[in-house]
Design a protein around this ligand. Structure first.
Ligand SMILES: Cc1ncc(COP(=O)(O)O)c(C=O)c1O
Length: 353
């Protein structure tokens, strides 16, 4: 089937651009002798994870146990879980994952999580690797002081089924290198080694080599890019590999068009006003602004377009933030040179536990 004949809204990826984005990142990390551990939360597709590994990634990162389980079932053996694991209901699923993954690491920043992951590893009778998460600018999860790492490190080292591997942070703030140097120094005094230092985030990806002591990086969005990573200077609009194809369903008055995709497709993620306006960039009409979304409607201000789009016209929209868009569709259409090459089920969509 031709791309112009697929029903809309449809999430379409350009495989030439995906390949170029993956290759450019791998070249960069190889050049700087940094390991690449892509975050699969962006694409949620085992097929693309395998492509990333084939290019040289050392493993993958997943946010949730269920997301990681999809990847492991698809034959991917080396996984970092970068999201805190807390709650008794996670014990069994984590133990299953520990048993099935070839190499699994978890990030944590507190002893409640440590106790749970220790029990899961013991139940699975397999050693589980641990990274201590620290804060480096996001003010989300992560311990604040290097001294706090010591207590967690001692507990990991003292556990029969846990092995300390190092540190993880997101994204990778300016002080992260110093933070890790100090924490490594404190641990070294007790003979504890922490060789891994993992940072992440596509916006800062091309500057990863500037952080002293960093050993691996976890970009996710770089596979597709989006308006936000373009705005951050990490990519150009031409690098954006995922577009939402939509149809104009109404043009009730001059200056207003309505498209067949709303918050159930684009999500309601906004964009920094310094970068752009509205809920996505319309490639065919760069002056158009998607001003409002309801579930299935997108209202587009086309007053600044020389010739506004007509009812029935198809448009391509680059989303503000691409990761949640992948999570909202059953399948993505993979095209190359305008021809559909594959339609891939998004196997890990909805894997939020
Ligand atoms: C812990 C962690 N690592 C890596 C990433 C990847 O970031 P990005 O999609 O900006 O590349 C994320 C994204 O949310 C994250 O939460």
């Amino acid at each position: 089937m031709d791309l112009e004949h697929i029903d809309t809204p449809a999430v379409v990826i350009d495989l030439d651009r995906v390949d170029a984005n993956l290759a450019a990142a791998q070249r960069y990390f190889d050049r700087h002798s940094l390991a690449l551990r892509p975050h699969v939360k962006t694409h949620k597709l085992p097929g693309l994870a395998h492509r990333q590994l084939a290019l040289g990634a050392i493993g993958i990162t997943a946010q949730k146990i269920s997301e990681a389980a999809v990847m492991v079932a698809a034959g991917i053996g080396d996984v970092l879980l970068s999201y805190p694991i807390v709650g008794e209901a996670k014990l069994e699923p984590l133990a299953r994952l520990v048993r099935s993954a070839r190499a699994l690491a978890v990030a944590l920043d507190n002893d409640v999580s440590l106790s749970l992951v220790g029990r899961a590893a013991a139940a699975a009778e397999r050693t589980l690797d641990v990274l201590i998460e620290f804060e480096s600018g996001r003010q989300r999860t992560g311990i604040l002081e290097p001294a706090e790492a010591l207590a967690l490190a001692r507990a990991v080292v003292g556990h029969p089924w846990l092995r300390l591997r190092g540190f993880m942070t997101y994204p990778l703030g300016p002080g992260a290198g110093d933070w890790v140097a100090e924490a490594r120094g404190l641990l070294a005094r007790e003979g504890i080694e922490a060789p891994v230092f993992s940072g992440g985030g596509t916006p800062g990806m091309w500057r990863a080599h500037e952080t002293a002591g960093l050993t691996e990086f976890r970009p996710g969005t770089y596979v597709y890019h989006d308006r936000a990573t373009v705005g951050a200077g990490a990519a150009s609009l031409e690098d954006c590999a995922l577009c939402v194809h939509v149809t104009v369903i109404s043009a009730p008055e001059r200056g207003r068009a309505v498209i067949d995709a709303g918050s159930k497709t684009f999500t309601s993620d906004r964009i920094d006003p310094a970068v752009g306006a509205g809920y996505g960039h319309v490639l065919e009409y760069p002056a158009a602004v998607i001003t409002a979304l309801s579930e299935e409607h997108g209202v587009v201000d086309v007053s600044r377009c020389e010739l506004p789009p007509r009812v029935g016209e198809r448009l391509r929209v680059v989303p503000n933030h691409v990761c949640p868009v992948s999570n909202l569709v059953d399948d993505v259409i993979a095209q190359r040179g305008g021809r559909i090459e594959a339609i891939w089920p998004v196997w890990a969509r909805g894997a939020t536990r």
